[in-house]
Design a protein around this ligand. Structure first.
Ligand code: FAD
Ligand code: NAG
Ligand code: NAG
Ligand code: NAG
Length: 377
């Protein structure tokens, strides 16, 4: 049994930031990571053309800025470089290949006991600490929804986390399912590489440019929500016009409202809208059935595809390993207490980066958690 003061589960940006803040306060901590590197989502599970969707000042981890020379919208490669620098600067040293299987609270010792599996040998190691930080990510497990007869599909089926670039799809018929930011950008990438690309869009969505979002985030400091939202919708109408004839509708509620209320991000358009308007990317409604290579849609059309890429998001498995918590996280791994009280549970339990506020939120959580632990000590 290894003893420490705080155990951090997950070595993504949230866990790294938490460990860095603890290190700055001289609080001993251990970071457990199931993968064999830190920030695996960025290093191994994201597409090549990815850039941060938000301007760099909204994506900084505590106590370290991006280099002044880096562009406003940092590329994936630059972000990884930043994380590398961050980890070495704050001497964060996660323990890799450790998949946490359970975390239980002992009422008598007043400590958390964490069981982690060595992913190569399956041996179980035990750790114990007064404080426990769940930083296992909102995007923990790739999620593909149930689609009837998907197993009969003759082509390739992948999740967005496996997608690197459109290179191998040149001249192929490819269907992207899911119209979040990943789906939209993957569709653009496919089309740029010469794939005949379609995307399933089932729900209304807001389309904004990076600059609009940036402006919105700044305005939110001075103006009420609904005003900023109306302004965003006005700008969006001005720039993108009416896209209903291309299969894209606007929601009733505003973009920032939807973000805060349901954690639903607006689409930050990086060129997909143009290709939808020109017909290079075809928008299709929900899938109704699949047979062989043929996919049938809710509008009665049927098309043949060589590959389907599911950009249908993620699930969290926190509830499988986190025991003795009936206060902080719900079944789906999302904090139950509302912002800004979402990061602190009971008995020394915390969560970082689970409040749907991106890297900005993760950085705030990390600082709050480290300061709170400091105070309790
Ligand atoms: C494609 C994409 C683009 C994004 N772009 C932006 C952006 O521009 N700006 C922004 O602010 N946010 C962005 N986000 C959202 C978010 O900021 C990132 O997902 C970020 O990586 C979250 O960091 P995290 O540490 O909370 O989670 P993760 O990076 O997912 O890290 C969690 C870690 O925990 C590990 N883990 C999980 N379960 C266990 C377990 N049981 N035992 C041990 N380890 C475990 C995982 O392996 C992982 O390494 C983006 C997300 C995606 C998917
Ligand atoms: C972690 O696991 C990977 C893949 O199973 C293996 O290649 C690597 O050597 C392991 N690393 C450590 C530090 O155990
Ligand atoms: C880190 O940042 C926080 C918040 O900005 C600040 O209060 C603290 O003094 C900084 N710590 C160091 C060592 O720079
Ligand atoms: C996991 O087990 C293997 C085989 O026993 C061992 O070589 C390795 O060092 C262990 N890895 C970790 C991360 O403890």
């Amino acid at each position: 049994m290894k003893e420490t003061l705080a155990i951090v589960i997950g070595a993504g940006p949230s866990g790294l930031a938490t460990s860095a803040c603890l290190n700055l306060l001289w609080i001993p901590n251990i970071v457990l990571e199931r993968d064999d590197c830190f920030a695996p989502l960025w290093k191994k599970k994201s597409y090549d053309r990815l850039h941060l969707h938000l301007a760099k000042q909204f994506c900084e981890l505590p106590n370290m800025s991006f280099p002044a020379a880096s562009p406003t919208y940092v590329s994936k490669k630059q972000f990884i470089q930043y994380i590398d620098d961050y980890v070495s600067h704050f001497q964060v040293s996660p323990k890799y290949n450790r998949s946490v299987e359970s975390a239980t609270y002992d009422e008598f010792t007043k400590k958390w006991c964490v069981k982690a599996k060595n992913t190569s040998s399956n041996e179980i190691e035990e750790y114990s600490a007064r404080f426990l930080v769940a930083a296992s990510g909102e995007t923990c497990d790739a999620f593909i929804p149930e689609v009837e007869d998907l197993d009969t599909f003759k082509g390739e089926v992948t999740h967005s986390t496996q997608y690197k670039s459109g290179e191998k799809y040149r001249n192929k018929n490819v269907l992207v399912v899911g119209c979040g930011n990943s789906g939209m950008e993957i569709a653009l990438d496919l089309s740029n590489f010469g794939a005949r690309t379609s995307i399933v869009v089932r729900n209304p969505l807001h389309m904004l440019s990076r600059e609009m979002v940036n402006l919105g985030l700044i305005l939110l400091r001075y103006l009420p929500f609904n005003m900023v939202d109306s302004f965003m919708v006005m700008l969006s109408k001005l720039v993108y016009g009416d896209m209903t004839k291309h299969g894209i509708n606007r929601p009733q509620e505003g973009p920032f409202y939807l973000k805060v209320k349901y954690g639903k991000y607006p689409i930050i358009d990086v060129g997909t809208s143009k290709k939808i308007k020109s017909g290079e990317i075809q928008v299709l409604p929900a899938i109704t059935s699949i047979r062989g290579n043929e996919v049938r849609f809710a509008n009665g059309e049927s098309h043949s595809f060589d590959a389907i890429i599911f950009a249908t998001g993620f699930k969290r498995s926190t509830s499988k390993w986190l025991k003795n918590d009936d206060y902080l996280l719900n079944e789906d791994g999302i904090p139950k207490p509302s912002f800004p009280n979402h990061w602190k549970g009971r008995n020394g339990l915390y969560c970082a980066g689970l409040s749907r506020r991106g890297l900005y939120g993760a950085a705030m959580d990390a600082q709050n958690i480290a300061n709170d632990i400091k105070t309790l000590l």
